[in-house]
Design a protein around this ligand. Structure first.
Ligand code: GCW
Length: 716
């Protein structure tokens, strides 16, 4: 009877046009919408019931299976103690009684990998989802459901997968008052005030979403850290979250404020070599592990942008990191220490500062330290060359830090799929130790057998109904998980998977969506920072263009520091004649970047200061090329708008309308960036616009006068 009813509901819902079902985006890529014929029957025959042991993580896996099948196929696949007939889905580890006799090749899958195989047990056709650890089973179930979401066959399966990196973590830049630094999706989802008493069910959905893409850690607090997060009353809140996330294979981490021994412990110093300081941290860490036995460890931003750190006591980053690492080591905790450092007092090219500070420390960090390096040397710009530290510290585990939240790529409203950016960074050839040593490869290879590997993503998650501030920013969360699982992933298939699960598997839907996504980041580069320019945004909130800004206290905060435009030309000379930042790369890379004829044009002005009439590869002079690129970016947004219009009746109305409106905002802001930038650079170059390119709508002063003090995300 129940099945009949469910079937009727399914038939009815299929009869409704997509527009009639209002969706908010809350379901992310786990929408589990009804599957149409003939897939419905084919799938249903393969999922009649399931078997599973009673352990929290496999129960979470089974619940997800039930949820997915209920949504997609319209019935609840019942639990049975054993295989009752064809179509059983057998969930478990290699030691479970039904799975062990199959002798599956699980060993090489490690603690988190999984295997999905169509098999015969007791003469019945079954699907086995097996792993060494329970979390692998959970990951396998998500993969199994994805096959159905993607309308792929599930009758003849032989899939095995294991993550290539050990630590796959989100970094929440969330303050304790729920303000999210560089967050564009509402408040922090951690409702600290109500924790631990009230546990918002949303935390479970957060865990499900992360587990579905293999994320296994989350740093709950901002790297601009507040020591209060380490107080006992706060640890009780953290514990509540840790308990919710545990079945999903997700560990919690906190940021550690380096001066906490002073602020919380009443000590006079936070000198890492002071025994009292080390003792205070050891006791604090022991306390944390008493509350949260599987606590992941700390993430630290030290001596950067005003944060306290070991340099305050003339100690090195290694000395600071090792002291904390020693406190964590007895508990198998990990210390992630950020390499994002630059100092006002240091007049050298900011591009060079992190390398200069960390490179000499290679091999000096404890085994449980990971040095966390941003993808580029400056700061998450729409495009940067890869960070010179990659490949330069062969004795130190380095992890990648990407920014999922779009601080510099148009906040939540601009459609910019970051998969292409991450693929570009990960596939960059460091030539260290040899040609073909990509950043991805370096991240994957542990420096020794025990050493950690990892990737961090600065989260774009907040309290907004759609989690990420926009429908399309969910794709960046999704893609981060996929790249952290496999740094060799390719942006296009990842986009395709996301689009099919999030918008519908019809190629008439996914085709245009994937096309939009794949070109979207390049469009942002073009209308904000073409040809290797960077850091041209307005001060503080970073919203909108400010290439003229020259009056900030620290030189490297000013856009003019980065573009160096004058009457003669534009660009930052980082060749041997300039700051020689190219010298921090392997000689083969330095030879390419340092040669204006060989450098990829996308990095031209990052490494070279060139005259306005320099001949670019298109045959146009530099000035004309610059203007052409700005316009190309704006045009690309118009093209996305047209593509989206074509999807009007193919996706649900509410999400469609939201994207349409966001694209209109993006179109206006792209024009603003283009016009303001062209107006400014023209005031410097004094050159006429190339034929066919319109003058900015207003004069330069008009753009300079725009003030948006309440734009979101500013650090405070
Ligand atoms: O991108 C910059 C941001 C800061 C941020 C800093 C960092 C958390 O503008 O808001 O601080 O980088 O990565 O530490």
């Amino acid at each position: 009877m129940r099945r009949l009813l469910a079937f009727l509901i399914l038939v009815l819902s299929l009869a409704l046009p997509p527009g009639a079902r209002a969706e908010t985006g809350y379901d992310l890529w786990l929408r589990y919408r009804p599957v149409e014929a003939p897939w419905q029957e084919r799938y249903a025959a393969r999922v009649t019931h399931y078997t599973v042991a009673a352990r929290p993580t496999v129960i979470a896996a089974a619940n997800e299976l039930r949820r997915g099948v209920e949504g997609m196929l319209g019935y609840d696949p019942v639990w049975r103690e054993t295989v009752m007939g064809d179509g059983a889905v057998v969930l478990g580890t290699g030691t479970s009684p039904l799975i062990a006799p199959l002798g599956l090749p699980l060993t090489q899958l490690g603690p988190e990998g999984y295997l999905i195989r169509s098999a015969t047990i007791q003469g019945k056709q079954v699907t086995v989802i097996a792993a060494n650890g329970d979390v692998g089973v959970l990951y396998g179930v998500f993969r199994f459901l994805k096959l159905m979401q993607m309308r792929q066959p599930i009758d003849n399966l032989d899939i095995s997968e294991a993550p290539k990196l050990k630590l796959r973590v989100l970094n929440h830049w969330d303050n304790l008052d729920r303000y999210v630094e560089r967050g564009y999706a509402g408040e922090s989802i951690w409702d600290w005030q109500k924790l631990p008493g009230y546990k918002d069910p949303r935390y479970v959905d957060y865990a499900r979403a992360n587990a579905s893409i293999g994320i296994n850690g989350t740093v709950l607090t901002n790297v601009n850290a507040n020591a209060d997060a380490l107080r006992p009353e706060w640890l009780a809140k953290v514990k509540a979250l840790a308990e919710i996330f545990r079945p999903y294979g997700i560990r919690v981490y906190l940021t550690a404020r380096f001066s906490a021994p002073i602020e919380l412990g009443g000590l006079k110093t936070a000198d890492p070599l002071d025994p009292q300081v080390a003792g205070w941290w050891k006791a604090k860490v022991d306390e944390i592990y008493r509350v949260i036995p599987d606590f992941g460890g700390f993430l630290v931003k030290a001596n950067s942008e005003g944060q306290p750190g070991p340099s305050d006591y003339k100690r090195s980053h290694a000395e600071g990191a090792n002291m904390l690492a020693d406190a964590l080591a007895p508990h198998n905790g990990t210390l992630m220490w950020r390499a994002f450092v630059y100092a006002a007092e240091n007049p050298d090219d900011r591009h060079k500062q992190a390398y200069a500070e960390f490179h000499p420390l290679d091999g000096k960090f404890r085994d449980n330290v990971l040095v966390q390096v941003k993808n580029g040397a400056i700061d998450f710009q729409p495009r940067e060359p890869f960070h010179p530290l990659f490949g330069a510290m062969p004795k130190t585990p380095l992890m990648m830090e990407f920014q999922i939240t779009k601080e510099y790529l148009g906040f939540a409203t601009h459609l910019a799929y970051l998969g292409t950016m991450w693929e570009e960074a990960l596939q960059a050839d460091t030539f260290r130790p040899h040609k073909g040593s990509t950043v991805a490869e370096l991240l994957e290879a542990p420096v020794d057998a025990k050493a950690a590997t990892g990737m961090a993503g600065v989260a774009n998650i907040g309290s907004d109904l759609n989690w990420s501030g926009s429908q399309f920013d969910q794709a960046n969360w999704y893609a981060f998980g996929r790249f952290a699982w496999d740094p060799e992933a390719k942006a296009e298939p990842v986009a395709r998977d996301w689009a099919a699960m999030t918008w519908g598997s019809d190629p008439a839907v996914t085709g245009p969506i994937v096309a939009m996504m794949m070109g979207s980041r390049e469009a942002v580069v073009d209308y904000m920072t073409p040809l290797g320019l960077g850091h041209l945004m307005a001060t503080g909130h970073h919203y909108g263009p400010g290439p003229w800004i020259a009056d900030l206290a620290r030189p490297e905060w000013n856009p003019v520091y980065y573009h160096k435009a004058d009457a003669a030309g534009i660009g930052f000379d980082r060749t041997a004649r300039g700051t020689n930042a190219v010298g921090q790369y392997a000689p083969a890379v330095a030879a390419i970047f340092g040669d204006r004829k060989r450098v990829p044009e996308q990095f031209l002005l990052w490494f070279h200061h060139l005259p306005w009439d320099y001949r670019t590869r298109s045959g146009r002079i530099l000035w004309d090329e610059l203007v052409t690129r700005y316009d190309r970016g704006v045009d690309a947004v118009k093209t996305m708008q047209a593509e989206w219009d074509g999807l009007k009746d193919k996706v649900d109305e509410r999400r469609w309308a939201e994207v349409r409106d966001f694209l209109a905002i993006q179109r206006d802001e792209a024009q603003w960036w283009r016009d303001a930038s062209v107006a400014y650079f023209q005031s410097v170059s004094k050159r006429p616009l190339p034929a066919g390119h319109a003058a900015p709508a207003h004069d330069l002063d008009w753009y300079k006068a725009i003030k948006t003090p309440y734009a979101p995300g500013n650090g405070k």
